[in-house]
Write a protein of this length. Structure first.
Length: 94
């Protein structure tokens, strides 16, 4: 289970164009991505790659946006883990 202080689902349910999982440990970047995307997408923010994998075990995302440098599990480790687990993985941005 994810720590609720580091994972928060945000967005406007009336205008959802898809679900985006954002793995980002920097609060300023999270706020910036929220400002850009929250009107059209359901956003879920996690602090590192391990939390992203835990979240993805419970649900799916249409797009995954990941920072490369994060604690616990970085963006490249996340990408490699996702490729091992999911054969049809196409929507990851690091």
């Amino acid at each position: 289970m994810l720590d609720q202080t580091s994972s928060k689902e945000l967005g406007n349910p009336g205008k959802i164009a898809g679900k985006i999982l954002v793995a980002e440990d920097d609060g300023d970047m999270r706020a910036y991505l929220y400002e850009l995307l929250a009107e059209r997408y359901q956003l879920t923010f996690v602090s590192n790659g391990r939390e992203a994998l835990e979240w993805l075990d419970q649900t799916e995302a249409d797009l995954i946006v990941s920072d490369l440098v994060m604690p616990v599990m970085d963006g490249l480790e996340l990408l490699y883990s996702l490729r091992e687990k999911k054969q049809n993985l196409t929507n990851v941005i690091s």
